[in-house]
Design a protein around this ligand. Structure first.
Ligand code: PMV
Length: 347
């Protein structure tokens, strides 16, 4: 198939891990399995224009972020293209123009690497499909997730499905360290349209990148126990998703969030990404839950922001609580309302 030029456009969502990926081996192989909720509103939208070029000696691309040239991000893309070239051998045949934007405020402390790498991977797979039209849809999404993983580990969970598992887990047959798979078992209706309100506590640049954090798990005193615990917690979630037991869900999710940060606090060098307001919010959530019995819980990424997870039917009460008691802990009073989404979409 000879494809001269054209363009594609995809959106890919962010995701929030329930069981956290923290620690990896070579080639972005996770040290433990993880599972995440796919988000609906926090997305990256990326347009990829491609044109055949004469010389095929180097990668050639222009990068735009919100319409403006984005030079400082080019090395990351260059490295990504180098990494995936063996899987997409046509990459040097084209000049690419990559146009990207996020639906969430940039430098909000919401990692755009997952949604960004997933959106780029989807576009590159669209080009591969143009060149090899006979591929199945299953292969398309699987390989897109595989490629996204090589850009940013957690990006492989931003491709397809509401609940996505990444990493080998004995009782999830199709699970793989190489790509994310849609959670294959029953999910109780308690989780239908589950809500995630993201409180923006600190929008500054993180002091320690997640790349460094993953690395610090190599000589970490608690690493092996932690990796085993992730398997156990994923097992627990499998039955929780089936039963709809929100009390148990809350325990697993909050424990995972605190364990992630405990790993940071116990690495050498040690570091803390939570801020005073992160703890204020956590305490307020615990008090609210205790007083009202409304099943809300928090989770954290590798940063100070707090994700509040809750079922759709308590939305009104929770949003009222957030507005009355939590906005003051947010930078500029900012928070984002999101909910479960289904994955990347071609536009
Ligand atoms: O995908 P990375 O390398 O940015 O790592 C992300 C790790 C966490 O967000 C902290 C946890 C996770 O599973 O998403």
């Amino acid at each position: 198939q000879n494809v001269e030029q054209g363009n594609f456009q995809w959106s890919a969502p962010s995701n929030i891990a329930l069981v956290k990926y923290w620690g990896k081996k070579d080639n972005q192989i996770p040290a433990n399995p993880s599972v995440s909720f796919t988000l609906n509103n926090c997305k990256t939208i990326t347009k990829l224009a491609f044109a055949k070029k004469e010389k095929q000696d180097i990668f050639s691309f222009d990068l735009f972020f919100e319409g403006k040239p984005k030079e400082d991000f080019k090395p990351k893309i260059q490295k990504f293209l180098e990494r995936i070239e063996i899987y997409l051998p046509f990459l040097k045949d084209y000049h690419f123009t990559i146009d990207t934007e996020n639906t969430f405020p940039h430098s909000s402390g919401i990692a755009s690497s997952a949604s960004g790498m997933a959106a780029l991977a989807m576009n590159l797979m669209s080009l591969e499909k143009e060149l090899n039209p006979e591929m199945t849809e299953e292969y398309f999404y699987q390989k897109a997730s595989f490629l996204a993983r090589l850009g940013s580990g957690s990006a492989c969970r931003s491709v397809k499905g509401e609940v996505v598992v990444w990493g080998n887990q004995a009782n999830i047959n199709d699970s793989s360290d190489l790509y994310g798979v849609e959670f294959p078992y029953t999910i109780h209706e308690n989780f239908k349209n589950y809500q995630d309100t993201i409180l923006l506590v600190d929008k500054g640049e993180k002091q320690v990148s997640s790349t460094v954090g993953h690395d610090l798990m190599h000589d970490h005193p608690f690493a092996e126990r932690r990796f085993a615990q992730a398997h156990e917690n994923l097992d627990k979630l499998i039955s929780i998703f089936e039963s709809g037991n929100l009390e148990e869900f809350i325990k697993v999710v909050e424990s995972e969030a605190l364990t992630l940060h405990a790993m940071m606090m116990t690495s050498m060098p040690y570091f803390i990404l939570m801020k005073p307001n992160t703890l204020q919010i956590i305490n307020a959530i615990w008090k609210f839950r205790n007083d009202t019995k409304v099943p809300i819980c928090f989770t954290l990424d590798a940063g100070a922001n707090v994700h509040i997870l809750y079922p759709e039917n308590v939305s009104e009460t929770v949003l009222q609580f957030i507005q009355q008691e939590l906005v003051d802990f947010c930078q500029n009073g900012q928070y984002l309302c999101d909910s479960l989404g289904i994955g990347a979409m071609q536009l």
